[in-house]
Design a protein. Structure first.
Length: 187
């Protein structure tokens, strides 16, 4: 696995988390609406949760980056890959603070994480899932070129309720083909 580094897009900078991020992270990630759409974010989200997250984000196979605005460095969310080297695949994850939703930031950050995964980590497959009630995440995954691979009925438990998990995936050659097609559209 390569060293964590900063990735840049037109509007965003994705950089490794640091301890100094905790005060800015808590009000973004700590809302119920953010936690309701993710499996691994607790509610309420405490300072200790943030410290534990930072410690776990440095474990082998995990690439978790803070999503920040290039214009002013403000933190707006997070994105990451949970890499399985043996199978050359990774699970893509992302979240945004509520004030930043609906502006294309999640798609932009996730697209860059996929590029990093396929080009730099040489992954064969990237997959992601979302709770069935989070249709916005499904639209993002579709924009990224992922295919809907099925619904895992009542597969996950969130807040003492079993919820459906919608699974999406993309293979490296599909990603490369979609990039060639979009490049041709721009020319």
């Amino acid at each position: 696995m390569t060293e964590l580094r900063t990735l840049k897009t037109a509007r965003l900078k994705l950089r490794p988390y640091r301890e100094a991020d905790i005060p800015e992270l808590l009000p973004l990630i700590g809302t119920r609406e953010v936690a309701a759409t993710t499996l691994r974010i607790a509610h309420p989200y405490t300072e200790q949760d943030a410290k534990d997250f930072l410690a776990h984000s440095r474990e082998p196979g995990k690439i978790w980056l803070a999503i920040t605005l290039r214009s002013d460095g403000r933190q707006i969310g997070g994105a990451g890959l949970r890499v399985d080297d043996q199978h050359r695949h990774a699970e893509l994850g992302y979240w945004l603070g509520a004030p930043y939703c609906g502006q294309g930031y999640a798609t932009e950050a996730a697209r860059e994480m996929m590029r990093y995964g396929f080009e730099e980590l040489r992954l064969h497959r990237i997959f992601a899932s979302h709770f069935k009630h989070n249709a916005a995440s499904g639209r993002i995954l579709t924009k990224l070129g992922m295919r809907h691979e099925g619904c895992q009925r009542e597969h996950l438990r969130k807040w003492d309720q079993f919820v459906d998990s919608e699974l999406y995936g993309i293979l490296r050659h599909e990603w490369q083909s979609s990039r060639q097609l979009s490049k041709g559209d721009r020319e």
